[in-house]
Design a binder for this molecule. Structure first.
Ligand code: PGA
Length: 245
């Protein structure tokens, strides 16, 4: 299975000129990394610019219905712009935009029915970590996010401890390994024997070229979700390269 390396540009950059510069730098080198599925989730206004690239695309957010919902983007629109992936339940959406587990579940279902791979983001806050609630939160966000979903094959889970997102320090690879094993167990309990090892689990939160590889090699993750470092093509490409070796 290829490493799944996802760049989440969040609400950056401000111009299509800057966006094209980052994208071209990544796209130019993407052929070198045969063992990586490189995915970029730019702001949706930039998606039409990149239809011909080798790099795959994801949508950062969408609404699970279409129709009279001013300001929203549907999953069908994302698909039509060439998206193969969708970030769902990122902690910034849960906390700044009040997304609930049940809304997240509807989005996962909408993505699956459009044949887009949902990247379900889960993870505990610093307060939850301090109260030893990490496993409880991880389990709840998986069970509620995937409630009623029978086929796990297209689903990707991204473990992103909220305290590591945008922070100086990432989660240790030891802790990431423990959570990764636990996520696979939770999946196995729902979807049966073998499912835990088949599902792709990513790590996200303060990933850099220096700390990236152990999340895959020591912690057993299948890929990474990268915020800040994905806006710098040199750093993003170094992360991809370091994980290939
Ligand atoms: P970061 O963000 O890499 O800047 O910590 C990760 C994310 O929010 O997905």
């Amino acid at each position: 299975m290829k490493n799944i390396i996802v760049g989440n540009w969040k609400c950056n950059p401000n111009t299509k000129k800057e966006a094209a510069k980052i994208m071209q730098a990544v796209a130019r080198k993407s052929r070198l990394y045969k063992n990586s599925e490189i995915v970029i989730c730019p702001p949706s206004v930039f998606l039409p610019l990149y239809k011909k690239s080798l790099v795959k695309f994801g949508i950062q957010n969408f609404y699970y219905k279409d129709g009279a919902y001013t300001g929203e983007i549907s999953i069908g629109m994302a698909k039509d712009q060439g998206c193969k992936y969708a970030l769902i339940g990122h902690s910034e959406r849960r906390r700044s935009f009040g997304e609930t587990d049940s809304e997240i579940n509807l989005k996962v279902k909408a993505a699956l029915s459009a044949k887009i791979s949902p990247i379900l983001c889960i993870g505990e806050t610093i307060e939850e970590k301090a109260k030893n609630k990490t496993l409880e939160v991880v389990k709840r966000e998986i069970l509620q996010g995937l409630s009623g979903i029978k086929d796990f094959n297209q689903i990707i889970i991204a473990y992103e401890p909220v305290w590591a997102i945008g922070a100086a320090q990432a989660c240790s690879s030891e802790m990431a390994k423990e959570i990764c094993v636990y996520i696979r167990q939770v999946i196995e309990n729902v979807y049966g024997p073998g499912s835990g090892n088949k599902i792709s689990v990513l790590y996200g939160g303060a990933v850099t070229p220096e700390n990236a590889a152990p999340f895959l090699k020591a912690a057993g993750m299948n890929g990474l979700l990268i915020g800040r470092a994905s806006l710098d093509p040199q750093q993003f490409l170094s992360i991809i390269k370091n994980c290939e070796n």
